[in-house]
Design a protein around this ligand. Structure first.
Ligand code: DGT
Ligand code: CA
Ligand code: CA
Length: 583
């Protein structure tokens, strides 16, 4: 199981992170053939903690007795308190240190439990991730008892990914790590701007490391303050103007301190991307200008550098939004005066993919609606799952009809927002929809999605969705590729063809803003823009706080050159309903 990156220190340790530690401890103990009761005790505790509504840290603060919780005795209560205090579980560290690295690495591959890891270690003598990859490629694993071809395939996919993406954090996790650190640095003496540049500023879906830029005078103590930050585990380097540290979360942070006069040039440089920087530098050379992180120079004379705008203007270009800086045609577009005017978070007037506790959400329809009012939305839709999907209690026709009636009642009571009636309808393997037309027609619109059989051939998968789109009640294709960042690859599907078909039929594609999905992603957003299909930007919220995920979808949309006019939930209600109507 992949260990979640613990949230930052100044925030309490998250319940999920505590539970992950106990699960990992149970796994490693099981590898050692420890007493099964002991193993189970840690697993049960993990379940209790993960499922508890309030953070353990809060319970401890409130002086509550954790040993009264189900499956938590005195010993476990003490261990939880230790984790909350130090972010670490000494017993886990001890067990980790005596577990052979190959075993403990293999345990991080999802789907490989202790039993399988033991078999791989003992029978195939796998001693490293490389061994594991070789074994999976050579077809040896399928021959082991209890494995088979499918398992081998899964292991292979996951090992390849583990090796490639091991150290990249999802954007949401990187934000959680960066925000309190930025606060901490802002409190240093003599500090002006503190800004996270690099891939985070460009809103890339995953982040390799944080690049923080600070303007400060000579008497500032910001460097000391940086390396003394609570979360710092290792100081890798420290000089007068630059330092690098590794945090407890595993995140590396590069800090640069620059004088105000170079701030713009340094910001351009450290925002990147590298490919964009190189293209900029080339554009400068053509004008006999030298561009680096200190400024823009003609001969040896600095002609710009204090602001980003000055740097771009020096080479005759408008400053461009960080999300566009990927060398994907932005310089050419800027030169031609054809940079898109990118969509903003404020343009969004409602969320069109949300769940309630009728299926797998955590809040009532009314709670979701009230939270949407707080965000200034004009409308929100509730899109609970249909039956087929793997959630336990998907809606059948009857329950959906009950929800429709309940939403009508609720709308009579609500003044500030309209709740749209919808559902997240499963696209079955044969391309039919999981609810009958007789109920679909009572909805304001539908979002439809694939939730199983992701491994069909490209042809079959594409035809499956095209057939679903033939249903006149199909409106929005939700999370079109089904990928889960760092967990599940996009399914093999002809997106361009789907986009064209959707455009012809008056259907939309979703940009799912959930930070685990971001689907469409930046590249496929741009494809959608080129095809001219309309988009919907939604969060897939399962609780009120998830509505805030919209910013991640906005980031991807902006990276994909998307404007307000490409996205229909920027429209006022009447126009939205018209835009949802099929041709
Ligand atoms: P990441 O950390 O992998 O998510 O991606 P970035 O883009 O944050 O990359 P990083 O941290 O290696 O470097 C931060 C920025 O510094 C990068 O976006 C552009 C700039 N940079 C780094 N290396 C080079 C280089 O060799 N040439 C140029 N021109 N710029 C570079
Ligand atoms: Ca970086
Ligand atoms: Ca870096």
């Amino acid at each position: 199981m992949p260990l979640r990156a613990p949230e930052s220190a100044t925030m309490p340790v998250h319940n999920d992170a505590i539970a992950d530690m106990f699960d990992r401890l149970a796994d490693l103990l099981e590898l050692e053939d420890a007493n099964p009761f002991r193993v189970r005790a840690y697993r049960n505790a993990a379940g209790t903690i993960r499922g508890h509504a309030r953070p353990m840290a809060d319970l401890i603060d409130a002086g509550e007795d954790l040993s009264k919780l189900p499956d938590i005795g005195d010993d476990l209560a003490e261990k939880i308190a230790t984790i909350v205090a130090n972010g670490k579980l000494p017993l886990l560290l001890e067990v980790e240190s005596r577990t052979p690295a190959a075993l403990s690495d293999m345990m991080k591959i999802r789907g490989l439990g202790p039993k399988r890891v033991k078999a791989l270690y003992r029978k195939l003598e796998i001693r490293s991730m490389d061994d594991l990859r070789r074994a999976a490629r050579s077809g040896k694993i399928r021959e082991l008892e209890g494995f088979g071809e499918k398992t081998e395939q899964l292991i292979r996919e996951r090992v390849e990914r583990y090796v490639n993406e091991e150290r990249r954090f999802k954007l949401v996790a990187a934000e959680h790590i960066a925000t309190p650190l930025v606060d901490h640095l802002q409190q240093a003496r003599g500090v002006g701007d503190v800004i996270v540049a690099g891939s985070l500023r460009r809103r890339q879906e995953t982040i390799g490391d944080l690049d923080i830029l600070v303007t400060a005078g000579r008497n500032s103590n910001v460097m000391d303050r940086f390396v003394e930050y609570d979360e710092v585990m290792e100081v890798m380097s420290k000089g007068k103007t630059r330092a690098s540290v590794r945090l407890r979360s595993g995140m590396t942070v590069d800090l640069r301190v620059v004088p105000k006069t170079s701030y713009g040039a340094a910001l351009v440089y450290f925002t990147g991307s590298k490919a964009h920087n190189i293209a900029l530098r080339k554009a400068g050379i053509k004008k006999n200008l030298k561009i680096n992180e200190y400024g823009v120079f003609r001969n040896k004379k600095r002609i710009a550098g204090a602001t980003e705008t000055s740097v771009y203007e020096a080479i005759g270009l408008p400053v461009m939004p960080p999300e566009l800086r990927e060398n994907r045609g932005e310089l050419e577009a800027a030169r031609a005066g054809r940079l898109p005017r990118l969509i903003l978070l404020e343009d969004i007037r409602g969320d069109l993919h949300c769940h309630s506790n009728a299926t797998d959400g955590n809040c009532t329809v009314q709670e979701m609606a009230e939270a949407a009012v707080q965000l200034g939305y004009e409308y929100i839709s509730i899109n609970d799952h249909s039956q087929h999907v793997t959630v336990a209690n998907g809606l059948d026709k009857k329950r959906l009809e009950e929800q429709i009636a309940a939403v009508d009642n609720l709308n009579d009571k609500l003044d500030d927002i309209v709740v749209l009636k919808s559902a997240e309808v499963d696209i079955l393997e044969d391309g039919s929809l999981d609810l009958p037309d007789s109920v679909l027609k009572k909805l304001d619109f539908t979002v439809c999605a694939v939730h199983y059989e992701f491994n069909l051939t490209r042809k079959k998968q594409t035809e499956r969705v095209l057939r679903a789109m033939d249903n006149r009640y199909f409106n929005v294709l939700a999370h079109p590729t089904g990928r889960l960042i760092n967990e599940r690859e996009a399914c093999d599907i002809d997106l361009e063809r789907l986009m064209e078909a959707a455009r012809e039929r008056g259907c939309c594609l979703e940009i799912n803003a959930h930070p685990d999905r971001l689907d469409l992603n930046d590249v496929t957003c741009k494809m959608a823009r080129d095809v001219g299909v309309k988009l919907v930007l939604s969060t897939d919220a399962h609780r009120t706080s998830d509505l805030g995920y919209m910013r991640f979808g906005i980031g991807q949309a902006r990276r994909g050159w998307i404007s307000k006019s490409d996205v229909i939930n920027t429209l006022p209600l009447e126009k939205l309903l018209k835009a949802l109507r099929r041709c």
